[in-house]
Design a protein around this ligand. Structure first.
Ligand code: TYD
Ligand code: MG
Length: 453
């Protein structure tokens, strides 16, 4: 087989050049040319090596839409993020800072599958030696009898061995250490990462092997991070949280087989990652006595309702241009809510600095937090605490109306489960049957809501 031709492709306009230059001759962008391989001829072994079938066009109605079988991962929180387990033939990218627990999570899951469920699994490591992996397995106290290991970084050799090994699940730890002989650039460069991932995706689709790709996100956001792969894989999961902290969140940023933004919560212990099945309890800080500027709201992460504390601090400003500082929510949203509070609630914050924070490192990505933010601001401004058994949610519109949000009944159930006694919610969100022990106060205007407190 002839060696594939090397070309340089512009990341911006897609133009191809035979030689590297600092500026793309087509679109004039600087530093956008990266090395890649010219598309191989259809006869090339690259596209036909795994399945002998010739491609053919079929009618959509001929396709059997049966749900692809899913492999449980052994951790219910991990299953949840994947949308109910790992889909056969899918490629999942697991990204995160070094040392956050990617290898630990995947080793735990593979050991569960080989041990308890007799699934053929292959763990390919380009980072650690076999004894390091064995040490970790010993620490995790997982059965490792049937788990197969391969310490290798050449993608061609890995795939050749995988074809004969025929695993059902394969882990590549990490994609940044792999290289293909067809490219000259160093392992970890954009071109290498992209080409190796493309070969692995082709392998997964042709052989129905499920593949996890581990990708490091570097602090300085290096280009060769896993971001270049996001469009090639079926699911992108990222580890969030602090490496030094105890809790680890795994979030789905893209999932062709499940809900995006789905969150799995884990705790890192001496014996590996443990699932946290009731994260609301962990996120609520529960003050000893009620404090001003704090209110609990029910947000939703993917399909799961989650109780979080919204805090606000309103302080006399020494600046001509008072500050609006937010952590975990959109700053413009806060400015808008303050304007609504002024016009429709008659409460001015123009001479004050306003700080708003979502406790526990959670990011509010939905509008259901509006009402809670407004109430926290008012509570801090007046220096009067809100009742500790109160939860709030609802979207606030520019006309001062309180609009319903998705999933009202689940949110109320979650609040009742955690012992909250009162809920101020949009009128249209009040369900026919209320959860036991929860008094629900429906509101339609911002004024009504402020009147209630
Ligand atoms: P690791 O999975 O190696 O991280 P990554 O692959 O994402 O780089 O996890 C490393 C960290 O986890 C390390 O700091 C030690 C800690 N750890 C535990 O606290 N308990 C354990 O049982 C294991 C295996 C690791
Ligand atoms: Mg690792």
């Amino acid at each position: 087989m002839k060696a594939p031709k090397r070309i340089y492709q512009c990341e911006q306009c897609g133009g191809q050049q035979p030689k590297w230059t600092g500026q793309c001759p087509d679109c004039q962008a600087w530093n956008t040319l990266i090395e890649s391989v010219a598309a191989a001829q259809p006869t090339s072994a690259r596209h036909t090596s795994y399945s002998g079938e010739a491609p053919r066009i079929i009618a959509l109605s001929e396709v059997n839409p049966a749900e692809a079988p899913r492999l449980p991962t052994g951790l219910s929180e991990f299953d949840r993020v994947l949308g109910g387990g790992l889909v056969e033939g899918s490629v999942v990218l697991l990204g995160g800072d070094p040392g956050i627990g990617k290898s630990t999570l995947l080793l735990q899951s593979l050991a569960f599958n080989t041990g308890a469920r007799k699934i053929r699994a292959l763990y390919v490591s380009g980072e650690e030696s076999s004894s390091q992996i064995a040490l970790r397995a010993e620490r995790l106290k997982v059965p490792t009898g049937d788990l197969r290991l391969l310490i290798e970084t050449g993608i061609e050799r890995i795939l050749a061995l995988a074809v004969s090994e025929r695993p059902q699940v394969m882990v590549i730890d990490s994609i940044q250490t792999l290289y293909t002989e067809t490219l000259q650039s160093a392992p970890g460069s954009v071109a290498q990462v992209r080409e190796c991932a493309a070969q692995l995706v082709r392998f997964a689709k042709a052989t129905r092997t499920a593949i996890y790709l581990v990708g490091h996100v570097t602090k300085d956001g290096a280009l060769a991070g896993p971001r270049v792969l996001e469009h090639m894989v079926d699911a992108v999961l990222y580890f969030e949280g602090e490496v030094s902290g105890r809790y680890r969140l795994v979030r789905a940023f893209k999932n062709r087989f499940g809900a995006v933004n789905e969150l799995g919560v884990f705790a890192m212990t001496d014996g590996g990652l443990r699932e946290v099945t009731n994260p609301s309890a962990m996120l609520l800080s529960r003050h000893d006595q009620p404090v001003p500027g704090s209110v609990v709201m029910v947000t939703r992460e993917g399909t799961r309702p989650l109780l979080v504390e919204v805090q606000a601090l309103v302080d006399q400003s020494a600046l001509g241009n008072p500050r609006r500082v937010t952590v975990g929510l959109d700053q413009n949203r806060l400015s808008m809510l303050l304007a609504v509070l002024n016009r429709h609630g008659g409460i001015a914050t123009s001479g004050c600095d306003v700080f708003a924070n979502i406790v526990g490192g959670v990011r509010l990505t939905e509008t259901a937090g509006d009402l809670a933010i407004v109430m926290a601001v008012l509570s801090s401004l007046r220096d009067r605490p809100l009742p500790p058994d109160l939860v709030v949610f609802g979207e606030v519109g520019l006309a001062g109306e309180v609009r319903p949000v998705q999933g009202g009944p689940e949110r109320l159930r979650e609040a009742a489960k955690h012992g909250f006694k009162r809920a101020i919610v949009p009128k249209a969100n009040v369900p026919k049957t209320l959860p036991a022990g929860l008094e629900v106060i429906p509101v339609t205007r911002l004024g009504d809501a402020l009147g209630e407190i």
